[in-house]
Design a binder for this molecule. Sequence first.
Ligand code: C2E
Ligand code: MG
Ligand code: MG
Length: 646
Amino acid sequence: MQLIPLVLALLAGSAAVWWALRSRAHLSARVAEEAEARRRLEELQASLLERTVELEDANEHLEREIEERRKMELALRESEERYALAARGANDGLWDWNLVAGEVYLSERWREMVGMVDGSLSLSPEEWFSRVHLSDLPQLKVDIAAQAAGSRSHFHSEHRLRHSEGFFIWVLCRGIVVRDTEGRALRIAGSMTDITARKDLEERLRREAQFDSLTTLPNRSYATDLLRRAIARAKRNREQQFGVLFLDCDRFKVVNDSLGHHAGDSLLRLVAGRLNGCVRPGDVVARLGGDEFVVILEGVKDEAEAITVAERIQHSLAQPFYLDGRELFMSVSVGIAMSQPGVERPEDYLRDADLAMYRAKLRGRARHEVFRADMRAGAVLQMSLENDLRHSMDRGELRVMYQPIWSLASGRIVGFEALVRWDHPTHGAMQPADFIPIAEETGLILPLGEWVLRQAAQRLAHWNTKVVADDPIWVSVNVAARQLTHPGLVEIVKNAIAETGIEASRLKLEITESMIMADAVAAVGALEQLKTLGIHLLMDDFGTGHASLSYLHRLPISTIKIDRYFVGRIDSNSECLEIVRTILSLSRSLSMDVVAEGVENGAQREVLQSLGCEYVQGYLLSPPLDADAAERLLLTNRAVESAASR
Ligand code: C2E
Ligand code: MG
Ligand code: MG
């Protein structure tokens, strides 16, 4: 029995131990569980925190992005607005060509520019191209193709578009290409600016740079370009030869000085018009400046052909010009330079033709000369002569020679013509033909002419007081065109008379028809004033100019000098004989005296005598003599004639 309680106690003890053990095990499991749960919770909290930070970051990023996008949108809108405003302000049209759909969207302004009124907002590329000027279309297509292919970053084209009213406007088209991810062009879009005004201005500037504003002919620089092209063509093709004519109006300055620049300009325009009428369509007429023109003759065979054109021009210009109710005469001197294999610079041709022209001037103007290589040396000579002539008066190199004029009826010397000579230090005695034209061109004729006039007046005073006081003679002095229209001439003549005490009627001035014709108004004014001084005027070289005979009686001319061209042929050419006869009968009816110039032989003298010509001048009696020899001849003549009349 005691065992049972023991067992029971044992059992109870074991149970307690077991229970205790069991409870302990249970407890440690709980503790572990709780620790695990806490760890998890901590992990969760950490990850939550991490996530929260992440989310906050993301949120912040998002907000930033939203802000940025908002800003971008704003900027875009502003930019779009700005662009639209700029386009409107710049008056530009906008276009957007959808390459996939084959349609071009056009802004209101674009359509307005070309006068599209149908209201459609788009058109096909073909319709667009159909408005492009045919000359500009190929380049435009090339530009667009290059842009689409990606070879050019920006599209830029200036071309003409036809307005619905039919005229063309100039536009500047700019654009860029929009591509897909593979780089294929999807759209080209851009703006279009109306640049018509700029193009017009450019064209005007180009014209001004290339054309002469007075005559609208090509100017020197353009002519040089055209000549350069002609040279290149001739070089490529030997058949393509050309000729250059250099033209200079004779005595043009007289027109300008007397009628004014306005009249001069008008005359140049008329000359330009006539020149254009003388050439074929491919030829070029240009104005180099002043009264100088150049004509480029393309495809001429030879020199003879160029000469034919030069003659045609000269003939055309010889016809009178009518300006403000006046009849004006104009001649040109022409130099011709033909294309030559080795000569390749335009300036060389212009210089050569200019030299030939100068030669034509020196040989009496109103003629043409073909360039020859030796003229280059001649030009140098020319320039040095010009310089020498300036000093000739101071250096005492000028001399006045006197050629007697005598009466056929009495055989007595009635006067002398004063003719200037230049004893050049290296070239020797020079004839007026070699230096008077230079003096005229350079204006040196004014001091030279005055010097001759003073010399002649002094000589005349001496002869008429000391040599032939009982039967005084006269002396005639040649006056150049430039002197006649110079305002100082009357004063110079007055002074010469006053200084020498000669009788005004004993001093005669020789003028030529062409001088009066070139500038009748100024010339007639000067002649009238000279006449009131008592000076007699002689019409020199009569028959060679263009003066209408009817003009003569309106001028205060007392004597006509028949040109030696007719006198020299009077005994051999019936036409010349008739001309001399007509001049003589005309002068009789106008109560003018006549001097026949260049009488070289007895036959001529006899014909003149039979025609009733009173005075003659020529080698038959004497060539021009120096003052002393002239005086001796005068004395002998008087002595012989006095003896004969006794
Ligand atoms: P011009 O006034 O007609 O002078 C007449 C020219 O004919 C002179 O030539 C004279 O020497 C020449 N002559 C005279 N008789 C005969 C003849 O029988 N046969 C030939 N073959 N010729 C004859 P020159 O002296 O050489 O003068 C030429 C021209 O130069 C003059 O022509 C005149 O227009 C101009 N000249 C001469 N001296 C002056 C001057 O002092 N001032 C101006 N402005 N011109 C002058
Ligand atoms: Mg004369
Ligand atoms: Mg003469």
